[in-house]
Every structure is written in C-alpha cells, then in structure tokens.
Write a protein that binds this ligand. Structure first.
Ligand code: SF4
Ligand code: SF4
Length: 139
C-alpha cells in the first residue's frame, strides 16, 4: 500500500511537467547541427578527384567520371557516384577531405529499409537528399 501511494504521488507530481518524450515519427526529430547524418552530394561541384573514395575507411564509395562535355574545358565531370550504406559508418572523413564540398553531411538519419539492396544510394538519390543539410553546408 505504501509503495502504491509512493508511485501515485510520483505520477501526480510529474503530470504537469513538460514532456521529455517526442511523437516521432509523426513529428520529425530535429538533430543538432553538427550531427553526422546521411550525405548530400552536389554533382556540379565534384571534380572527380577520388579523394573521398580513397580516404573512406570502409571502401563504401564507388565513383566514375567522364570527360567534360565542353572540349574547351579540361578535367572530368562525375558520371556515377554510389555509397553503400550497409557499411558506411558516417565517420565524416569523405566530407572533410573533399576540396570542393561536393559531399556534405546532413541531419538526416532515416535509412531504415526492408531490403539491403535499397541501402545502395546512387548519385540521384544523394543529390536529392537535401532536406536536412547542415546550415553551414547549405549551397
Ligand atoms: S562517412 Fe566515412 S564510411 Fe561513410 S562514405 Fe564517408 S568516409 Fe566512407
Ligand atoms: S572528394 Fe569531392 S570532388 Fe573529389 S571525387 Fe569526392 S566528392 Fe568529388
């Protein structure tokens, strides 16, 4: 009986307090601005230097380039860019090393899928992943 009263008094005491839980996923969760979430890719900024793929500790970036369509311009443009999120550890190294900020971290953490195949994200998907780009990385 004493325990019941103690429990009830604790409940009543906390009823009026502000909620500490959230209604995710009905209400989206805002992560801190330095959160390391799924990358956003800007194809137009990529110079196909391969540094992101070279530094990646899990070898989960696969990219290919093609010659610039304008013969007057030197260098390559990006053709395909894939990240395997089965093994990406969101370590941020690829974004730190990129000289043109073509790849940046976002605050998006929602990667749950029913199939492992869907964890391979291509250039188009990464380009469109711009809902939660960190404020400092907004183009
Ligand atoms: S965040 Fe880390 S593991 Fe993921 S692609 Fe970039 S370098 Fe590789
Ligand atoms: S480091 Fe940046 S510019 Fe170089 S290939 Fe990767 S995304 Fe492109």
């Amino acid at each position: 009986m004493k325990g019941l009263i103690k429990g009830l008094s604790y409940t009543v005491k906390n009823l009026a307090k502000e909620n500490v839980t959230t209604s995710y996923p009905d209400v989206p969760m805002m992560m801190p601005d330095r959160f390391r979430g799924i990358q956003k890719f800007y194809p137009e900024k990529c110079i196909v230097c391969n540094q992101c793929a070279a530094i990646c500790p899990t070898d989960c970036i696969l990219l290919t380039g093609k010659p610039h369509p304008d013969p007057a311009k030197k260098g390559k443009i990006i053709d395909t860019y894939d990240i395997n999120f089965e093994i990406c550890i969101l370590c941020d190294l690829c974004t730190e090393v990129c000289p043109t900020e073509a790849i940046v971290m976002t605050n998006n953490f929602e990667l749950a899928e029913y199939s492992r195949d869907e964890l391979f994200k291509n250039l188009e998907w990464l380009d469109e992943n711009d809902n939660n780009v960190r404020k400092e990385n907004k183009a």
